[in-house]
Design a protein around this ligand. Sequence first.
Ligand SMILES: [Cu+2]
Length: 757
Amino acid sequence: MSYLSEKASRIRQREAQNARNNRAEIVKALSIGQITRRDLYRWGLLSAGGVLALKNGLSPFASSAFADGVPTGTPRSPLFGAQKFTQPMPRLALQTPIPLAQSGTGLNALANFPAAFGERPAKRLSYHTDFSANPNDPQFRNPISGRGPIEGRPPGEVFAHQRWNEFFPKVGYVMSLGQIAPNTRFHPNFPAQAPNKVWTMGTGRFQQGTLPPFLIKGRYGEPILTRIYNNLSLIRSDNGGFGRNETQLHFHNAHNGAESDGAANTHHFPGTFYDYRWSTTLARRDKINTQATDRRASGPDGNGGLVNVAGDFRELQGTMWAHDHRFFFTAENVYKGNLGMVNYYSGPDRANEQLSDGVNLRLPSGSLLDWGNLDFDVNLVVSDAATDQNGQLFFDIFNTDGFLGDLPFVNFAYAPFFEVLPRKYRLRILNACMSRFLKLALADSSGRAVPFQFIANDGNLVVSPIPLTVLDQQGVAERYDIVVDFSAFRVGDTVRLVNTLLQVDGRVPEAELSLGQALAGTSQDPLVGPVLQFRIVSQVPSVDVPGVTRFATEPDRSVVPAVLTEQIPIVTPVRTRSILFADGNGDSRGANGQCIPDCPDTAREFPWVISVNGQAEHSMNANRIQLEVPKAGDIEHWTLQNDGGGWDHPIHLHFEEGVTIDRGGSSIPATERLVRKDVWRLRPDGRVTFQVQFGEYGGAYVSHCHNTVHEDFAMLMRIQLLTGVAGSPQAAVTPTPNPSPDGVVFTTPEILPGAIT
Ligand SMILES: [Cu+2]
């Protein structure tokens, strides 16, 4: 390089770093409430295209093409000499269930933690109810701030746990959202993260956060009470430049009452807790198999037997996750690490590969435990991240298209390796990126594709396993379960998990690459290529029974049956809905974006909007109902339409899955056709139709884009589910909770035209 080009390069580097610093300042001001997203539009800092304006030293692209800026728009995250596949992959942090004992009966029954935990009992009504009735009683007041209620769940009957006695919690978990514990690193070569850069769950009351993310094993018939403490700093600006110290935890996509969905505008504050009742409800329990006589609708009893539950076995769920859902700060908070996975186990999907009773599918997992074996059943949280030049986690909400990282993480470790025996494994793969789509394949050491079987989509078993050599695209929050047979390999061989999807901005993938292209190492996108290496070894330590060793010589008794479940029939719907997801900013049809709490006043266009049944387009406002379901049990067909060709959106429906029917004449892969899902990639200019019915619970839920940056730019709509059960609070529209450090006040929501059809 000549002296002049070196100098030019240094100038560009400095420009880019200055731009990044300036952007980080704005993100920080936004995160602590000094400015709002609305201000950014008003000041012209966000352009019509939704991109941070090319001025004021904000964009590293303003004066020079900075090649290293793909995909973060800033200099590459430094690696500190770290090579890929030089650290072991951590297994998720399995949480230990706490047995709960019932005292009292009826609506006042209490679920008691063992005395040693020092936890107050869980109950149907929030402790906010007690606080509201006794505002001067310190036992109900936030012990850290000294103001407001001790529990974030809103007061009164509307946010009481629905069907409390029917799904009375039997086990509990206590976790805290806290700053990361000292000396936590994404790779041994990387510097330790500053405490306020990473916020994760730690086990217990008012604990620091820890990594890897948590894993909870739930089973049908054993309802769960998960108590989350907010142990973040009371000082909003103590956030490392991004993230809001308020949280609501969404259990994606379990069947829970809205009060436990974690996305009902119910965030809570440092010093408070929130009791989520994770009911393990099997859908259709009020309609199908109501007497619980079908052995397939069941959970493991821990002793080789089953506990039958009411409901439709075709609606059993498996691989799920839980993540922060603080409206308008979801991306920042999830990115900081507020997430974990939850596997549900059932009679058929029991994670015991030996037990043969005519119900158990015996999928690869292990056999040392009665259920929930993890030795050969592995959760993989795949995500992307970026750091600043000091190796500290970095986030940039600009532009509004989305955030792409340049470091591949699996279970929050940079490009790790994982030792496996030469036998079958089940992999539960979650896309936990903020905006990035993935397309994963397996390659052997020669770069040849390794075949596998696809068994579940978004936690729902497919009717028959589907043989593949590359997965479909996988949007944020989508889960794909696959079975890989490593018995074709010898000890010493390696297999890599490879991302083959090139993406250079948050809008849409740029190109699907061949496996060879993806492995060539020439892509401008650092996330293209291998993200995880499997090493075939002769023995591994058991994670199910510590101290036990599992050997390659042990016979693999797991099976992948030809039939895993049965098809839910498509029927004539009671009603249809047509939902348009559009690019709202500058849209001549008059987007009417409003939202709370960030922009409470007049109309201001936001970059993304949603229209229902041809009505006006809106962005999120928690006090506005855009779609209402009048009673439980109605079968509806929904068609989601993407209004543009220049982007894609992974759209998530809370609470219920839909059976995917068609894609409007476009091709539909076997992994989607008539398959149950809770996140649908619309595809550019695409359309997707699914069948859905709501049941068992009611209240305020949402549907939204799971590109979390789009989500934080208000690409959500509120859905109101009415149960139709006379006398229940959920027979009526839910008053909107408005949380504050002093407690919740309710407002009466507006019902938009088109919500009711
Ligand atoms: Cu989107």
